[in-house]
Structures are given as structure tokens and as C-alpha cells.
Design a protein. Structure first.
Length: 240
């Protein structure tokens, strides 16, 4: 399945008050593998970026003066994400802004009409209840290097979230990261590749292997008096 990891930056926090999207960043994944396809645009807003927002993402009003407006890039953006599963951290925020921008500019479609939406914040809260589940907190939890993230940025945050999502939904995090040094880029590439191998083959035992297994159980019973590891017959923990 095609998945798009998405993030936005905005002029403020409430689209109902006329705030706009000023950056969209998307990273494509196919069959849980990160591809080289991305979508990234800075957008000129209809109002000034608030100082509090600039402190978060560092995108200034002067920088946005020569950028296209949302309406000029909306069709291109919709075509890129159409039919995909959108992976978004705190999806209500980004989808709320996108839907408001679409409605404001005369588009009839809404994000849920053309995409399945998955909220990684909800996934993280379910998996790690009572813990911090911000993107930074999840990076620390899963050993993902985000030291280059001094400010928020839509494309950068999407790239980081792609790694977080694969670890959040793929399991075996501790096994992958147990001996990885933070400076070892090659090891981190390997982690991404191994973490993306979500569909594993099922290998069934051959007749010879089954016979060898039964012979081993016979030997185990002869040596220990039982065909089980761990507890005795009263507390059997499972056959070998």
C-alpha cells in the first residue's frame, strides 16, 4: 500500500481565525519502504505569520513573500496524496488546516474523501499510555537521531516521522537498536531497512525436521522426565 507521511507548518494555531498553511512536506512509502519521492512547498499566506509560530518553525514573512499561494499548488498536492494512507502526527491539526484551506479556495474535496488518515499520536498514546508522545519524545524512545532538528520543518518532520512510524508499528525496537552508536549512519540505514521488512515469509517444517524435533523431545523427556522447558507438569510453560 502507498503511504504518505505528511506534516504542515502554519501562521498560527487556528484555521477558523484565518490562519494559513505556509509549508507542506510529504514523504512517500510503498510497502513500508521509504522511497525517494517527496512533495515539498512553501506557501505565501493571506496574513502575517505570528511571532510565536516563527519561534517554532523559523519561517519568516519576508521569506514567504515570493512563494506561491495555496490555491496555486492545491491541485498538484491533491494529486500527489490521492488514494494514499496519510501518516500524520496529531492528524486533527494538519487535516483541519488542509480541509479549511481547500474549502476557502473553492475545492469540494476534503482529505478524508481521497485518503485514509492514520494519526501516529493516537497510535503512540495507545502503545505508551501515560508517557510523553511528542515526536521528540518518540525519537528518544526509539533511538532515532533528530539532533539536526533545531526548528520544526514540514519536510524534515515528515522524514523523522517516517522512521518513528516504522518503529512504532514494526516492533522489535530494542533488538534493532541494542548496539547502535548514535554516530553510526550505516547502522541507522540498516535499522530503517530492517524495520521496513514488515511482511515476513512463513517457513513450514519439513517431514525430516518434524521427525528430528520429535526425537529431541524424546531425548529431553528421557533426561529430565518431561517434554517441557521450565516448570514441571503442574506449571507447563509450553512444549519445545
Amino acid at each position: 500500500m502507498r503511504q504518505i507521511v505528511l506534516d504542515t507548518e502554519t501562521t498560527g494555531i487556528d484555521p477558523a481565525q484565518g490562519h494559513n498553511i505556509i509549508e507542506i512536506g510529504c514523504v512517500e512509502m510503498v510497502k513500508r519502504r521509504i522511497t525517494k519521492r517527496t512533495y515539498h512547498e512553501y506557501l505565501k499566506p493571506d496574513r502575517e505569520v505570528e511571532a510565536e509560530a516563527i519561534a517554532v518553525h523559523g519561517i519568516t514573512n519576508d521569506f514567504l513573500q515570493d512563494k506561491p499561494r495555496f490555491v496555486e499548488k492545491a491541485a498538484e498536492f491533491l494529486e500527489f496524496v490521492r488514494g494514499a494512507e496519510l501518516i500524520i502526527h496529531n492528524a486533527a491539526f494538519d487535516v483541519g488546516f488542509l480541509d479549511t484551506e481547500l474549502a476557502r479556495n473553492g475545492f469540494k474535496e476534503r482529505m478524508a474523501d481521497i485518503c485514509q488518515i492514520t494519526d501516529t499520536l493516537k497510535l503512540a498514546r495507545k502503545k505508551h499510555p501515560g508517557q510523553k508522545n511528542s515526536l521528540d519524545a518518540l525519537c528518544r524512545r526509539y533511538g532515532i537521531d533528530n539532533s539536526h532538528r533545531q526548528l520544526h520543518g514540514a519536510l524534515l518532520d515528515s522524514e523523522i516521522l517516517a522512521d518513528v512510524y516504522l518503529m512504532l508499528t514494526g516492533g522489535q525496537t530494542a533488538l534493532h537498536l541494542a548496539h547502535v552508536d548514535d554516530s553510526d549512519d550505516e547502522a541507522r540505514i540498516l535499522i530503517r531497512e530492517v524495520g521496513s521488512q514488515f511482511v515476513l515469509p512463513v517457513l513450514r517444517a519439513s517431514e525430516d525436521e518434524l521427525k528430528a524435533h520429535e526425537a529431541f523431545l524424546d531425548l529431553l523427556e528421557k533426561k529430565s522426565g518431561q517434554r517441557y522447558w521450565g516448570a514441571g507438569a503442574e506449571g507447563q510453560q509450553g512444549e519445545v
